[in-house]
Design a protein around this ligand. Structure first.
Ligand SMILES: *[C@@H]1O[C@H](CO)[C@@H](O)[C@H](O)[C@H]1NC(C)=O
Ligand SMILES: *[C@@H]1O[C@H](CO)[C@@H](O)[C@H](O)[C@H]1NC(C)=O
Ligand SMILES: *[C@@H]1O[C@H](CO)[C@@H](O)[C@H](O)[C@H]1NC(C)=O
Ligand SMILES: *[C@@H]1O[C@H](CO)[C@@H](O)[C@H](O)[C@H]1NC(C)=O
Length: 353
């Protein structure tokens, strides 16, 4: 055989090999699986994370059951990579990650900073805040883990006639440019009414509305966001993720326990892989928008796996204490650590060490 033919056969085999590897990785859906007890969990002890906010620090707020800390997410098709904080920082050396969204983004941001810090407890760090942007810097690696509080992603602007939620304006996007990895989220504020609703009118184009169907408004805002991503993001420079819809647990009927009026006292996840109450309609809207976006955006599809974790919320061990009832956020250590473990698994495929 002549050398060129040999070379070409080698190339073809290499090509097929790479393709097979790729399709194997594609075959493993990290979001389909179930929760299994694992004595190696939690990934860290909240006491060892000095900057953890009281809101998520359930054990410190008096929660005494610990079973909820000991579950691992087990995908059907493969094993999640073990979280390696040193490797994470090494891969992202000199880079910035930004979570953009509401307090569920803050929940995941805090989880990631705790996971990285407890992996390397002698590491130097610096936390600073400018406006709505909090920056947690791991100084030795020059890695910035940032949080931009932007509950609707689109703008809320104060004008002479009141506060306007502008579904087709996204000025705050200027803060997201130049970041190496963006993880967006919005949903929980779309259903707010009354005193905690931070706007008086909704604007679309030149039209002003007193109110509209909230899922429809959410969809319009997501389309504005998608256009922003397609216009402003260079996929060669920036990785874009969407956090998915983080579910709440205020209605026991949705997990076949009609007597439960909240998540208080829940000590274990739903068994198996299927949540009796089904998926939230907001997820359908989100998936439709992501289906039409031109730039690659990875959905961190955490809705289904988090629905199973009725036991993972602070309930009366959150910010409101005994008189509050938080079945929206998540205790730390806890469920968002798994979101970050999945994020890490996805990063392993993208960023070389
Ligand atoms: C997952 O890990 C278990 C034990 O830790 C091992 O037996 C199994 O083969 C692994 N599965 C895959 C798909 O790697
Ligand atoms: C922490 O960050 C702030 C804002 O960037 C900066 O002014 C300050 O010097 C930093 N502190 C340390 C110890 O690096
Ligand atoms: C609770 O969920 C059930 C089943 O999905 C539903 O029929 C019911 O209206 C819900 N209750 C409340 C108070 O939202
Ligand atoms: C969640 O995912 C499982 C597969 O992991 C699937 O069987 C189930 O129907 C999905 N939806 C809900 C609401 O659980």
């Amino acid at each position: 055989m002549n050398m060129w033919v040999q070379y070409c056969i080698f190339c073809a085999m290499l090509f097929i090999g790479l393709r097979m590897n790729q399709s194997n990785a594609e075959k493993c859906d990290l979001f389909e699986g179930s929760w299994v007890p694992d004595s190696l969990y939690p990934l860290y002890n909240s006491i060892s994370c000095p900057f953890i906010e009281r809101e998520f620090n359930c054990q410190n707020n008096g929660r005494s059951d610990t079973l909820y800390l000991r579950y691992k997410w087990q995908p059907y098709a493969c094993n999640l990579s073990r979280f390696d904080g040193h490797d994470f920082l090494q891969r992202l050396k000199g880079k910035s990650i930004m979570f953009v969204g509401d307090s569920l983004s803050r929940n995941q941001w805090q989880s990631l900073t705790c996971m990285l810090y407890t992996a390397l407890p002698s590491i130097k760090y610096n936390v600073s805040r400018v406006g709505d942007v909090s920056t947690f810097t791991f100084t030795d690696f020059d890695v910035k883990v940032m949080l931009d509080r932007s509950v609707y992603l689109v703008d809320v602007v104060r004008e002479s006639n009141g506060r306007i939620l502008k579904l087709d304006s996204i000025e705050s996007g200027k803060l997201w440019k130049g970041v190496d990895m963006l993880i967006f989220n919005t949903w929980h504020w779309w259903n707010r009414r009354g005193a905690t609703q931070p706007w008086d009118y909704i604007q679309v184009g030149q039209q002003i509305y007193k109110d509209m169907d909230r899922v429809v408004a959410f969809g319009k805002a997501l389309n504005t966001w998608a256009t922003w991503v397609d216009t402003n993001i260079d996929p060669a420079k920036t990785n874009v993720f969407f956090q998915g819809i983080s579910p709440s647990h205020y209605n026991g009927s949705t997990w076949d326990e009609p007597s439960a009026k909240s998540c208080v006292g829940q000590k274990e996840p739903v068994v198996g892989s299927t949540y009796p109450g089904g998926l939230p309609s907001a997820l359908t809207v989100l998936k439709k928008v992501l289906g039409n976006i031109k730039n690659p955006v990875t959905l961190l599809d955490i809705t289904n796996l988090s629905l199973l974790r009725k036991d993972g919320h602070p309930s009366i061990y959150g910010l409101g204490g005994r008189t509050g009832m938080d079945c929206s956020h998540w205790c730390l250590a806890g469920v968002p650590d798994t979101w970050n473990q999945i994020l890490y698994s996805l990063i392993l495929q993208t960023f070389r060490s």
